[in-house]
Design a protein around this ligand. Structure first.
Ligand SMILES: [Fe+2]
Length: 300
């Protein structure tokens, strides 16, 4: 076990954190200093100017009208800084790709959280102009947000429309087809009245639970570092294992021929039913341990 999670929640305990995590509640600590000093000392986090100078690629710029990540363009660092001065938010994506230290933290946090080897982990750095923020939305991923510079307000509320969403959704925008299938419509058009307000200052850490509604507004120009984890659901774990098992079978690897051919459709149905029947016999003996021993041994 590493000290990464402990460092982000200091002086609270892991038990306290996991209790909050299991109830899908936000978790916040303030005034982190020594425990995260190797992060706050990273040269590219010294200031937005330093970040822009050291950033090797394009930056995602969030357009002003819909102040949401759903509406972004990519810009050179030179253009991005001008757009920031005009009030647009900047996202420096996959910052771990330029920092072995961030990569190590991601790996350690993933392990401390007990997340699957199939988890997609990355760092995002957000620069937000004073008075600007993000429109209310929820994410399918979970986030540790560390405030590096400036003050930013967050509003977080329970999501009563959908538990465990598998995609992001912004209030006021259309839902994707899959989400429409399992979410309770209509979605709210403003943050729920019972939203919790949390003010983050340099050294604050906020854990944003997967699927909870949130919106933000920077009080002063602000820079924050996110550790973002897209962990697989049981659906993902099972379908990955299922695919790898079925791929061993030449019959399952056959092209799904004639499924849309009216005349030969019955033959296609018969063949598919045969495969399903065989699978259902085999699946009766499947054990979670056996599946996990495969998915969790996958080198990442
Ligand atoms: Fe978000």
């Amino acid at each position: 076990m590493s000290k990464a999670l402990e460092s982000l929640i200091y002086p609270k305990s892991k038990d306290e954190f996991f209790l909050s995590y299991e109830s899908n509640s936000p978790f916040v600590v303030h005034e982190l200093k020594d425990s995260i000093s190797d992060l706050t000392k990273l040269p590219f986090l010294k200031s937005l100017e330093d970040l822009v100078h050291m950033w090797p690629q394009k930056v995602d710029v969030h357009l002003p009208k819909v102040s949401d990540e759903a509406s972004a363009v990519q810009a050179s660092t030179g253009d991005a800084i001008k757009m920031f001065e005009n009030g647009m938010g900047l996202l420096f994506n996959d910052a771990n790709l330029i920092s072995p230290l961030l990569n190590q933290w991601l790996k350690d946090l993933k392990q401390d959280m007990g997340l699957s080897a199939m988890t997609y982990a990355r760092n995002l750095i957000y620069a937000t102009k004073a008075g600007k923020g993000t429109a209310a939305h929820f994410d399918q991923n979970m986030n540790f947000v560390i405030q590096i510079h400036g003050t930013k307000k967050w509003w977080i509320a329970d999501n009563k429309n959908v538990e465990n969403p598998m995609t992001r959704h912004t209030m006021g925008l259309p839902m994707d087809d899959e989400l429409t299938g399992y979410a309770m419509a209509p979605m709210p058009t403003k943050m729920p009245d019972d939203a919790t307000e949390i003010t983050l200052k340099p050294g604050s850490m906020l854990f944003v639970p997967r699927g909870s509604w949130h919106s933000t507004e920077a009080v002063t120009d602000a820079l924050s570092l996110n550790f973002t984890f897209s962990a697989p659901t049981w659906i993902d774990v099972f379908t990955a294992a299922l695919r790898s098992r079925l791929s061993l079978s030449p019959e399952w690897r056959q092209t799904a021929d004639f499924v849309s051919d009216q005349q030969r459709h019955p033959v296609a149905v018969e063949k598919f039913n045969m495969l399903l029947t065989e699978l259902s016999f085999e699946a009766a003996d499947w054990k979670a341990e056996d599946i996990l021993s495969v998915t969790e041994s996958t080198p990442q």
